[in-house]
Ligand binder design. Structure first.
Ligand SMILES: C[S@@+](CC[C@H](N)C(=O)[O-])C[C@H]1O[C@@H](n2cnc3c(N)ncnc32)[C@H](O)[C@@H]1O
Length: 223
């Protein structure tokens, strides 16, 4: 590992390490959000994205009940639990992922594939209120490299998240979902425009500029 004149860390390729892994390591070491996340003890750099989205739309308030879909390793849940104060109020942060999530203060973790047939009733059983104030989805499928397949998987995840919204979001509630540029199908967007008073897209600064990810925010859910 060396540093160049701009203090950029360069990682030498090592035997047994793929070039893609070397590049990933180099990117991690040079990413200010990764460094800041480490400094603040955040589970992931993704935490900054939800903080930026909240800064713009003022979504989270103490006492709210939040569903976080695709929550591992837990960066979003961690910062949201802090804002809604779920340790000491009647609020809740229910964090759901196929992967296990290590214990986090104020967060109830649930290991679940949202494509499971009875996913909605399983989630409902864990909720402390009949419906959530906010539903978040940062879900992303593992990519196959096959463009059409990856696209279908992304769309399927967002559609499932919206099915959960239909069943578990309170009237007046908010939905935030990860989408990919060129990937928010008109059909999905129309569904959201029908169900929410306001639908906006946002690309947080902390979302890597070379990533096609952005977020769609649905405000004031109409049941
Ligand atoms: C980008 S990560 C989420 C990062 C998280 N927001 C954070 O702040 O740490 C996307 C997550 O979606 C999860 N995921 C993908 N497909 C899923 C599914 N079918 N059901 C539940 N979680 C899923 C993945 O396991 C992965 O942990």
């Amino acid at each position: 590992m060396t540093r160049d004149a701009n203090l950029k860390v360069r990682v030498k390729s090592a035997k047994g390490r793929k070039l893609s892994s070397t590049r990933w390591l180099e990117r991690q070491l040079n990413d200010p959000y990764v460094r800041e996340a480490n400094r603040l003890g955040y589970r992931s750099r993704a935490a900054f994205k939800i903080l930026e989205i909240d800064d713009k739309f003022k979504i989270f308030k103490p006492g709210q009940c939040i569903l976080d879909l695709g929550a591992a390793p837990g960066g979003w849940s961690q910062v949201v639990a802090n804002i809604v104060n779920s340790q000491s109020t009647s609020g809740q942060v229910l964090a759901i992922d196929i992967l296990p999530i290590d214990a986090l203060s104020g967060v109830k973790a649930m290991k679940l594939d949202i494509f499971e047939e009875n996913a909605i009733s399983l989630i409902k059983k864990q909720m402390i209120k009949p419906s959530a104030d906010v539903i978040l989805s940062d879900m992303a499928p593992s990519t196959t490299g096959h463009k059409a397949t990856d696209h279908l998987r992304i769309v399927a995840l967002l559609e499932s998240a919206l099915d959960i919204v239909d069943n578990l979001l309170s009237e007046g509630g908010t939905f935030i979902g990860k989408v990919f540029r060129g990937g928010t199908e008109n059909q999905i967007l129309n569904r959201m425009k029908r169900d929410f008073q306001l639908v906006k897209h946002i690309k947080p600064q902390s979302s890597r500029s070379n990533s096609s990810e952005l977020y769609v925010v649905g405000i004031n859910y109409r049941k």
